[in-house]
Design a binder for this molecule. Structure first.
Ligand SMILES: Nc1ncnc2c1ncn2[C@@H]1O[C@H](COP(=O)(O)OP(=O)(O)OP(=O)(O)O)[C@@H](O)[C@H]1O
Ligand SMILES: [Mg+2]
Length: 266
C-alpha cells in the first residue's frame, strides 16, 4: 500500500503539534519518522490512523483521500498499528489477544455463533491457527495460554505486532517497537521488521534507536517541533547538520555526534 501525507497540520488548542508535514511510504517500503521527544511523531501516526482529525492537510492511501475518516474505516482499508505504550488486553490470554486482531476479516454471523454451526467452528479454528502462525512468525517464546500481562515486556511487544499482523494489513505503523528492548532483542526486532516487509507490507516506523533506523529504512523523515527538517536516505539524513543540531543542540561534542550518526559502527 502507498501512503502519502501532504502538508499535514494538527493543533491542540494553541499548540501546533504538527506544522506542515509531508512524506510518503511507497509500496513495500520501510520509512522511518524520527525526531526528539514531543516532535509530533505519534500525533502524525494518530492522524494517519484516524485517531486524530488533522487541522489541515491530506492523507492518501493508494491515492484515495482518507483524511477525517474514523479509525475503523481506515483499519478496514488495510492499515494496522502498534502503540508506543502497549495496549494489550492484559487479562486475556496471549493467543486471544492475537485472535482479537482477526475480527476484521473473520467476523462471524450472530446466528452461526448462537447455533455453533459447522461454519462457525471452521472460522474459529481458522482464526486460532492463524493466531498461532503469527505468534510463530514474531518468534514468541512465552506461554500462549497464559495472560498477556504475565509475559516479559519484550515478548509483549511481539504479541502486539502479531495482533497487528493478524489484521492482514497492507500498511503497518510501528510506534517505537524497540523501546525498552535489550541489545539482542533489538537485533531480533530489526530482523522481524525486515521479514514483515518481505511479506509485501509497507511499513512506517517511529523509532529512537538510530542503529535500527539506519539499518532498515529506505528513507528517513525527521521532525522537530512539528516541522519536517529532513527527508532522505539514511546516509544523507544522519549527516544533515540540522538533524544533528535538533538531537544534540549546537554545542554537541564530536563523540556525541558520532554516536547519533553511527560512525564506527559501519
Ligand atoms: N491529545 C493531546 N492533547 C494535547 N496535546 C497533545 C496530545 N497529543 C500530543 N500532544 C502534544 O503534541 C506534541 C507532540 O506529541 P507527540 O506525542 O506526537 O510527540 P512524539 O514525537 O511522539 O514524542 P515522543 O518521542 O516523546 O513519543 C507534544 O507537545 C504533546 O504534548
Ligand atoms: Mg511518540
Amino acid at each position: 500500500m502507498n501512503l502519502e501525507v501532504a502538508d499535514l497540520r494538527l493543533s491542540f488548542g494553541g499548540l501546533l503539534a504538527i506544522d506542515g508535514l509531508s512524506f510518503g511510504v511507497g509500496e513495500n517500503e520501510i520509512v522511518s519518522v524520527i525526531g526528539p521527544n514531543g516532535a509530533g511523531k505519534t500525533s502524525a501516526f494518530n492522524c494517519v490512523t484516524g485517531f486524530y482529525r488533522p487541522t489541515a492537510g491530506r492523507i492518501l492511501l493508494d491515492g484515495q483521500d482518507v483524511s477525517g475518516r474514523r479509525p475503523e474505516q481506515i483499519a478496514a482499508m488495510g492499515v494496522a498499528r502498534t502503540f508506543q505504550n502497549l495496549r494489550l488486553f492484559g487479562e486475556l490470554s496471549v493467543l486471544d489477544n492475537v485472535r482479537a486482531g482477526t475480527h476484521l476479516w473473520s467476523r462471524q454471523r450472530a446466528i452461526d455463533a448462537l447455533l455453533h454451526t459447522p461454519r462457525f467452528r471452521r472460522t474459529e479454528n481458522e482464526v486460532t491457527d492463524e493466531a498461532h502462525r503469527w505468534l510463530d512468525f514474531v518468534g514468541l517464546r512465552g506461554d500462549r495460554a497464559g495472560p498477556a500481562r504475565a509475559l516479559p515486556y519484550g515478548e509483549q511487544r511481539r504479541v502486539e505486532i502479531a495482533r497487528a499482523l493478524a489484521r492482514r494489513p497492507s500498511l503497518l505503523l510501528l510506534d517505537e517497537p524497540a523501546a525498552g528492548l535489550n541489545h539482542s532483542e533489538k537485533a531480533e526486532m530489526t530482523d522481524l521488521i525486515r521479514r514483515i516487509r518481505e511479506l509485501g507490507i509497507s511499513i512506517a516506523l517511529i523509532e529512537h534507536d538510530m542503529g535500527l533506523v539506519m539499518e532498515v529504512s529506505e528513507r528517513v523523515v525527521v521532525l522537530n517541533f512539528g516541522r519536517e527538517i529532513a527527508d532522505g536516505p539514511p546516509e544523507q539524513v544522519r549527516r544533515d547538520p540540522q538533524v544533528i543540531e535538533a538531537y544534540l543542540g549546537r554545542d554537541a561534542e564530536d563523540s556525541e555526534i558520532a554516536e547519533i550518526i553511527g560512525d564506527g559502527h559501519g
